[in-house]
Design a protein around this ligand. Structure first.
Ligand SMILES: O=P(O)(O)OC[C@H]1O[C@](O)(CO)[C@@H](O)[C@@H]1O
Length: 431
């Protein structure tokens, strides 16, 4: 990925960061890079994620999915990093295989999704590092029951991706299911470039080697200066802007195929950096759609946000037919791709004209190589930002309270968190 931070400079944006400030910050980036390199060398928890281009084995993934390689559909049962990476990759590319990501427990939605699938031609990939995540286990039990009710042997169509131990590992062992291991030292939100994120790509026939080659190439750009490394330029700039008031980061890809990437980025950024009352709030946006939804706020609302544009240079195009409607005749001379590109440039310029900070992340195309580089680059940017914030980038203790409360509410044990639920302060206004 290439990054252009020009529209975030203090000379054109408020809040903005001056070139001199970036040069001072670059001294901390150099120290952070040394820490990151050391963490990678020693395969430390979290930093190990940045070794995945060399650690992930595409042949192992393809071997595990071989029994269901001809599936018409793949149902991935997981949540958070155990679903979003795989969904980002699968949703970026066309495939003859239908992919469904069951990452919520909304009963109407789950039932609708299951009813839409040809279960006898559907493979299941149940994914959970811990093997104990309530949503994933509940959905798997529902899916398994649906297969059994349809007379389909789920054990012939299920791949398990999990840790070394836990209920899912036991299930795989008990039924001799093909299984893949969630790599040690890699938090879920950093696992897209491992078996966690690549089973769906393998079943869909996407180029796993190209994903990893793009990631490996991005790995080679990591350097001791933000002015030499796109990932660090992005991580340092977002950190500096947050410190100057841009507490929100709206990620706005100008490509429908990267809409899920914005969801993946949201977990990566929020769960890694949202600690010790620090962190920047990610907002999912989409170009050109959100020009007609959120742009008003970005351009004329509080000076509390950065917009991260993602642009794609190449790709298929489609002509806009001629029209005799005078006001629209200009459209008939162009293509949808030209319109999308013009809308991006116009929106980027409209924010700059209102001195609102924005950054451009550029991809040459939406292909496996470029997406691998983007995923790796944003992971590295996040790790750098975590070093600059001085937070524990790779843990997420704040999510445990609600898990305990949920378990207590369902009779899964005695948890004081569940008791707190009953103590809610109410001020009801009823229809
Ligand atoms: O892979 P698991 O253990 O099911 O966890 C799923 C997700 O839940 C979290 O642990 C947060 O609860 C995320 O960090 C993770 O990606």
């Amino acid at each position: 990925m290439d990054v252009d931070i020009g529209n975030a400079l203090a000379s054109v944006a408020s809040p903005g960061v001056s070139r001199a400030s970036l040069e001072r910050l670059d001294e901390r980036v150099a120290d952070a890079h040394e820490r990151i390199e050391r963490g990678m060398t020693n395969r430390e928890h979290g930093y190990e994620a940045l070794n995945l281009p060399e650690r992930t084995d595409p042949d192992e993934i393809r071997a595990a999915v071989d029994p269901v390689a001809d599936a018409e559909a793949l149902l991935t049962v997981g949540i958070g990093g155990s679903s979003l990476g795989a969904a980002t990759i699968a949703n970026a590319f066309e495939s003859d295989t239908e992919t469904v990501f069951l990452d919520n427990v909304d009963p109407a939605w789950v039932s609708r999704k299951l009813a839409s699938l040809p279960l006898e031609e559907t493979a299941i990939n149940v994914v959970s590092r811990s093997g104990t995540t309530a949503e994933t286990l509940a959905n798997f039990l529902v899916v398994r029951d649906a297969f059994e009710s349809a007379g389909v042997d789920w054990t012939e169509r299920t791949i398990v991706t999990t840790g070394d131990s836990g209920p899912l590992r036991d299930l795989a062992d008990r039924h001799d299911l093909p299984s893949l291991k969630v790599p040690d030292g890699v938090p879920g939100r950093f696992s897209a470039l491992s078996a966690v994120g690549m089973v769906a790509a393998a079943v869909c026939g996407h180029d796993l080697e190209a994903l990893l080659e793009g990631a490996a190439a991005e790995r080679e750009t990591l350097a001791g200066s933000l002015f030499e490394c796109p990932a660090y330029a992005y991580g340092a700039t977002t950190y500096a802007l947050d410190g100057r008031g841009a507490g929100t980061n709206a990620v706005m890809p100008y490509a429908e195929s990267l809409e899920t990437f914005a969801e993946w980025f949201a977990q990566l950024w929020a769960e890694s950096l949202g600690k010790d009352e620090l962190g920047q709030t990610p907002v999912r946006a989409l170009g050109a759609t959100d020009q007609h939804s959120q742009l008003q706020l970005y351009r004329a609302g509080p000076r509390d946000k950065l917009v991260t544009f993602l642009t794609v240079d190449g790709g298929p195009d489609r002509s806009i037919p001629e029209t005799d409607v005078d006001d629209l005749a200009y459209l008939g001379d162009s293509t949808l791709g030209e319109l999308l590109a013009a809308e991006f440039e116009a929106t980027e310029a409209s924010l700059a004209a209102a001195d609102r900070p924005n950054v451009r992340v550029e991809l040459e195309a939406v292909d496996e190589y470029e997406l691998g580089g983007l995923l790796y680059g944003m992971e590295a940017a996040c790790v750098l930002a975590g070093e600059l914030y001085r937070v524990n980038t790779f843990e997420q203790p704040a999510v445990e309270w609600a898990k305990k409360a949920t378990r207590g509410l369902l009779g899964g044990g005695e948890f004081e968190e569940a008791e707190a639920v009953a103590e809610k302060t109410e001020l009801r206004v009823e229809r």
